[in-house]
Design a binder for this molecule. Sequence first.
Ligand code: CTP
Length: 135
Amino acid sequence: MQLNRKRVLTFGTFDLFHFGHLKLLERAAKLGDELFVGISSDKLNFLKKNRFPIMNEYERAHIVASLKFVNSIFLEESLDLKKTYLLRYEADILVMGDDWTGKFDEFKELCEVVYLPRTRDISTSELLQRIKNDF
Ligand code: CTP
């Protein structure tokens, strides 16, 4: 914790960066004074989904880092390191979309945990489907 400034942390892949990502980050930032974003690495995505993201970790991280309400980004290398990241970056609030409701409650002893409603009708998977159908 630093001098009453509230630091918000969130995690995600942010592949094919879209409106739902933007709204999530915008709302997360408003919950505190600074927003740190963990971008899941290409390797971690491969382990989770058995495929690499369309945009590589450098591209995804660069886009998120360039948003005016994002203060800092880091690469999330492993799902097992959430606690380490929360401690390392001194999180006051962990924010996730409500598709994760309940899944991070174990961290309530370290920081506040907030699940924000997802933006309706858009996701990376849905965008990919839209592109496949339209072209
Ligand atoms: N998110 C959101 N609203 C959406 C899509 C995502 O609020 N419509 C949030 C997620 O809940 C998560 C963050 O944005 O907290 C990063 O989401 P990510 O998993 O990278 O994106 P998705 O579009 O959900 O990707 P996928 O379709 O591959 O699951």
